[in-house]
Design a protein around this ligand. Structure first.
Ligand code: G3H
Ligand code: 13P
Ligand code: ZN
Length: 309
């Protein structure tokens, strides 16, 4: 199946109350692990590349690998730019064949965010590409932007309505308590579902996106630490909360950290248990398999997108 837009998968998700996983890709093993999992669950999936991923893997390699993955399967696969920092990066991805881009203007003022988002929407729509924008600020690190917990700002529902009307963006990333990385909560994990409900009331037809939504799966953290990593006290969004978000109107759930942990834990295990191994396939194969297992669990047990292809 050719690479698709997120339009139809989002329409279905809003109608039927499930979320689509958007998983960050950086190399072939990650792409294969994600797509094998989505195929086995007959689920739509979004593969997303950050500008850091594009710098690392190079845009043509990423595009060709995603095309190859799509050719081998019958599930809908979209390719999306994650946290596009500026118009030029969005344009580069649109011109390279991405079906969706995010322009992250959340670091700017409301008016500046509208201005840059509008510019991207105009170009993207002229090429049949959809645009995700962001309003509100997540705590944590967004590529080159470091936002402290105190500075994180929840999305204002009324502003969300005005923002979507004035920019024409196709989906909106909101801030309701998640953050990027492996340290999301000091105390109890909690999301502001009351704000989500208000936002859904104001913009019922706009797909909602949740960034910073890794669970920071305790078994994966344990595996990393057991084999030499130092990631103490890591904490993410528990499955039950993400399950609730999926049925309560979140259409796209972003996951990167859990895949990083899956890769790192698996590779560390081989390095530790088989010190004489130096064939990269011997550690990348189990890493790919752990990514597959992790994504399959999310799709099947948390996001509810199995058999929604
Ligand atoms: O939200 C950010 C993603 O985890 C991507 O991270 O910019 O280090 O590739 P990255
Ligand atoms: P995590 O760090 O929680 O995986 O979030 C990823 C993300 O939001 C990518 O845009
Ligand atoms: Zn993000």
């Amino acid at each position: 199946m050719p690479i698709v837009s997120t339009k139809e998968m989002f329409e279905k998700s809003m109608k039927e109350g499930f979320a689509i996983g958007a998983f960050n890709i950086n190399n072939m093993e990650i792409i294969q692990g994600i797509v094998d999992a989505a195929s086995s669950q007959n689920s739509p999936v979004i593969l997303q590349a950050s500008s850091g991923a594009i710098k690392y893997a190079r845009i043509n390699y990423l595009m060709k690998m995603v095309e190859a993955a799509a050719e081998e399967t019958n599930i809908p696969i979209a390719i999306h730019l994650d946290h596009g920092p500026d118009f030029e990066t969005c344009k580069k991805c649109i011109d390279a064949g991405f079906t969706s881009v995010m322009i992250d203007g959340s670091k700017y003022s409301f008016e500046e965010n509208i201005e840059i988002t509008k510019k991207v929407v105009e170009y993207a729509h002229s090429k049949g590409v959809v645009v995700e924008a962001e309003l509100g600020q997540l705590a944590g690190i967004e590529d080159d932007v470091n936002v402290s917990n105190e500075d994180a700002k929840y999305t204002d529902p009324m502003q969300a309505k005005e923002f979507v009307e004035r920019t024409g963006c196709d989906s909106l990333a909101i801030a309701i308590g998640t953050s990027h990385g492996a340290y999301k909560f000091k105390g109890e994990a909690k999301l502001r579902f009351d704000i989500l409900d208000e936002i859904k009331k104001e913009i019922p037809n706009t797909p909602i996106v949740l960034h910073g939504a890794s669970t920071v799966i305790p078994e994966l953290v344990k595996m990393c630490n057991k084999y030499g990593a130092e990631i103490p006290g890591a904490k993410g969004v528990p499955d039950e909360i993400l399950r609730e978000a999926s049925v309560r109107g979140v259409s796209k759930i972003n996951v990167d950290t859990d895949l990083r942990l899956a890769m790192t834990g698996s590779i560390r295990k081989v390095f530790s248990e088989e010190p004489s191994t130096f064939d990269p396939r011997k550690y990348l194969e189990p890493a790919r398999e752990k990514v597959r297992e992790t994504v399959e669990h999310k799709i099947r047990d948390v996001f509810g997108s199995s058999n929604k292809a």
